[in-house]
Design a protein around this ligand. Structure first.
Ligand SMILES: [Mn+2]
Length: 326
């Protein structure tokens, strides 16, 4: 057998736009891994795109603000894959952090209800007596389910990242960076990223000095137990896991979310469920990488929804109930 010949390939040219502090070898490594600019190679959370340009956030946050102020029952409707589950946990936790006192969640069972918010799932949700449904990681194609929910008098806020069809569902508000005409610069957010942005915008509305409604913002602040502006970066562990798990490109903005979430997990600041899962996978949390999420954590979360019911992945036994965590 002829001995193998080692061929040295040049790899992509890293270009000249790197700061002096990054050595040429590292530049080449970054470039050949698809992070060919300093921005991609060294993502900074401080440079996260602001939510402003995302369409539908005004309507969605106004409905949630009203629901929180009037103590309405908000049900976050998740999905049975890793992105949908982490989006669901992010939605529930985030809304509670922002002062919502009456938040539940629901996840369709793939075998019983099929995908997304279906009329069958709406029938079952009636027992919870929701006032507002918040769909995460799905909804843009759930015409019949949304119609059934609204026929019962519930408000429906859709957050999704899937490409919309020719007709949009008749929801009260739709947030999806992939809506036609949406000006948000990144189209690569996962479902969990979209709901995280909704929470950022809601926090801005409730706690930031929003010039159009200072009166309402003050009233909400007074009625919420937390006087301080909640720190939503506590949710970035979940955002990182959902973003890596979903087949969305890791563009500059997603890298900012993922690297900040990985930093939290490495520092031991992840939610209890994810920390337990990392341990169960036999991975070292202090050295956790996106590959650990992609090949060890996400498949375990996805498996629950594929084998049977995703809901136990969200549930914590009643005697030690705390916020659900995927
Ligand atoms: Mn997704």
């Amino acid at each position: 057998m002829p001995s193998p010949r080692i061929v040295r390939r040049a790899g992509p040219d890293p270009g000249a736009h790197w700061p002096e502090s990054i050595p040429p070898l590292l530049r080449r490594v970054y470039a050949s891994r698809g992070a060919g600019t300093p921005e991609l190679a060294r993502p900074r959370l401080a440079e996260l795109l602001p939510p402003d340009a995302m369409q539908g956030l005004d309507a969605a946050t106004a409905l949630l603000q009203q629901a929180i102020a009037n103590d309405r029952h908000i049900v976050v409707v998740g999905d049975f894959d890793c992105d949908g589950a982490t989006a669901c946990a992010t939605g529930v936790r985030g809304l509670r952090m922002l002062g919502a006192r009456h938040v539940s969640h629901a996840v369709p069972n793939r075998m019983v209800h099929g995908y997304g918010l279906s009329p069958a799932l709406v029938d079952e949700l009636a027992a919870l007596q929701p006032d507002l449904l918040l769909t995460v990681d799905h909804g843009i194609a759930c015409h019949a389910g949304i119609e059934a929910a609204r026929a019962r008098g519930w408000q429906v806020v859709v957050t999704d990242h899937h490409l919309p069809g020719p007709r949009l569902p008749d929801a009260d508000a739709i947030v999806n960076p992939n809506l036609p005409g949406d000006a948000f610069p990144s189209k690569a957010l996962a479902g969990v990223g979209v709901v995280f942005y909704l929470l950022l915008a809601l926090r801005q509305k409730l706690y930031g000095d929003h010039p159009d409604r200072p009166d309402q913002a003050a009233a909400i602040r007074a009625s919420t137990p937390q006087a301080a502006r909640p720190d939503l970066t506590a949710l970035l562990d979940l955002v990182a896991v959902g973003t890596v798990a979903d087949p969305v490109p890791l563009d500059a903005n997603n890298r900012r979310l993922v690297s900040a979430g990985l930093r939290r997990l490495r520092a031991g600041h992840g939610c209890a469920g994810l920390q337990a899962l990392i341990e169960l996978c036999g991975r070292d949390a202090r050295r956790l990488t996106a590959a650990d999420i992609g090949f060890a954590i996400a498949p375990r979360l996805n498996a629950a929804g594929r084998l049977e019911d995703m809901a136990p992945g969200h549930r914590v036994p009643a005697q030690r109930r705390r916020e659900p965590c995927a």
